[in-house]
Design a protein around this ligand. Structure first.
Ligand code: SF4
Length: 452
């Protein structure tokens, strides 16, 4: 191996990983705006100076430093970090110190490319000699996004709980927006309200996160839900319900998906997008599932240390998953009596659906594990249409599309694929309009939730 290649591999292990966040500025890329603000608030509550970076303005830079073969979210996030650092350098001049920052870029294992974003971005950052010392903080789905080594040992577990709570509350605020915006009394009310509510909730996380004062957070959430509900004009009739699945970044990053939810709303839909907590629950569930498989194998081979190790993992991930369910239920129990917001699917339920239908398997992994049964669940619940939102060439979403299309035709439920790569597609709005016409027809015939 030549010296240059060796150096590249060295930086991938030395400057990508789990680094102490104390006394650093933690740069969080913006995927879903609301959840990003709440997570940054939760970090600040634990004494970490966390900043949610602006997004999408650096896309030209992202494209300049990628070849076009990478997944679109990689281009967007590469542009975000490069533009942020460029602006920071301009602002601070000679006081700019890259060592003060940790750029937060999680990864997922599996047969797709999300595990490579942070490595690729490391290579890009290393092409600027002055940015070499900027570290990339990486969490991985391999250990269900544990934060070991990033915070003080006693804070790590506590932060994980609060961070997860911020994800669930962020999901609820997103759902509140999608629930009220199609029925708002005056155009723009819901967006203006949710912007205020997001910052108010981020403040609550910052003040009460580290003490795990979940009651205060729930009180504020309840107040926000009541205020949001008042935006609904009761005179506006119910609209067709459309479910969204797809690749997590694209379906939640409004700029990258060219605000597809708003476009669907423009053509008469009420929309529900799959949540972020669902992905977090999936990673925990999947680690537990793998440990169970390993236990079965170890029992067959009578390997005592492996049996012990697998049992420990099953217990640990099982406890984490139960905790996540407990907190998620706590939040939804508080908000559902106030407003009919949809709850998440349980992952074991989605696993069972796939097991029964035999059309895909959790053994293959990736987001298709959630999207395929998630679509079937939408159909089962009487949704009037489903949209699959993903980056152009995304492998799991293309698999989802290939498997689910014939099934949706058979079930006679409108279905639309919407791949994005940053370019403007002149036919996109016409496709959405046609899809919404079909969804309207479905709604007229079957009503919502299967009740006509
Ligand atoms: S899920 Fe799709 S877009 Fe995301 S890394 Fe995998 S292939 Fe790329």
């Amino acid at each position: 191996m030549d010296a240059e290649t060796q150096q590249t591999f060295r930086t991938l292990t030395e400057r990508v990983g789990q680094f102490r966040l104390k006394d650093k500025t933690c740069l969080i890329p913006q995927m879903n705006r609301i959840g990003g603000h709440l997570l940054a608030g939760a970090f600040r509550s634990f004494g970490v100076n966390a900043v949610l970076m602006d997004t999408y303005e650096g896309l030209d830079l992202g494209k300049a430093f990628t070849s076009g073969k990478e997944c679109f979210p990689c281009q967007v996030t590469t542009g975000d970090i490069l533009l942020f650092l460029k602006k920071e350098k301009e602002k601070l001049g000679k006081d700019f110190d890259p060592d003060r920052y940790i750029y937060f870029m999680p990864e997922a294992e599996g047969p797709c490319r999300f595990g490579m974003y942070n490595k690729y971005q490391r290579i890009v950052l290393d092409s600027f000699p002055e940015l070499e010392s900027l570290k990339i903080g990486s969490l991985t789905s391999k250990n269900a996004y544990a934060l070991d080594g990033m915070l003080d040992a006693e804070q790590t577990r506590e932060f994980r709980k609060v961070g997860y709570y911020s994800v669930v509350v962020g999901d609820v605020l997103d759902r509140l927006l999608w629930r009220v915006r199609p029925y708002e009394k005056k155009k723009g009310m819901a967006d203006e309200f949710i912007e205020r509510a997001t910052h108010a909730m981020a403040d609550v996380f910052e003040r009460h996160g580290s003490t795990k004062d979940f009651e205060r957070i729930l009180d504020k959430l309840e107040e926000i839900i009541r205020e949001g509900k008042a935006i609904i004009d009761p005179g506006i009739p119910q609209k067709p319900l459309v479910g969204i699945v797809g690749e997590i970044y694209l379906r939640t990053h409004v700029q990258s998906n060219q605000d597809v939810i708003r476009l669907l709303e423009k053509h008469g839909a009420e929309v529900l997008n799959a949540s972020i907590a669902e992905w977090v629950n999936y990673t925990t569930y999947d680690r537990m599932r793998e440990a169970k498989i390993s236990l079965r194998l170890s029992l067959k081979q009578l390997r005592v240390s492996r049996i012990r190790d697998s049992l420990k993992k099953i217990l640990s991930y099982g406890v984490d998953l139960s905790y996540q369910h407990y907190r998620q239920d706590q939040v939804y129990k508080r908000v559902k009596p106030l407003l009919d917001l949809a709850e998440d699917h349980r992952i074991h339920h989605l696993d069972r659906i796939l097991g029964k239908e035999k059309i895909y398997s959790f053994d293959v992994g990736t987001e298709a594990c959630l999207s395929i049964p998630g679509i079937l669940e939408y159909v089962h619940q009487g949704y009037n249409g489903v949209v699959n939102v993903y980056p152009f060439t995304c492998m799991p979403s293309t698999i989802t599309s290939a498997i689910i299309r014939p099934i949706m035709n058979q079930k006679k439920v409108p279905y639309l694929d919407t791949p994005y790569d940053g370019s403007f597609q002149p036919g996109r709005e016409a496709a959405v309009r046609t899809f919404m016409y079909q969804a309207q027809q479905h709604f007229k015939r079957h009503g919502r939730n299967g009740s006509s």
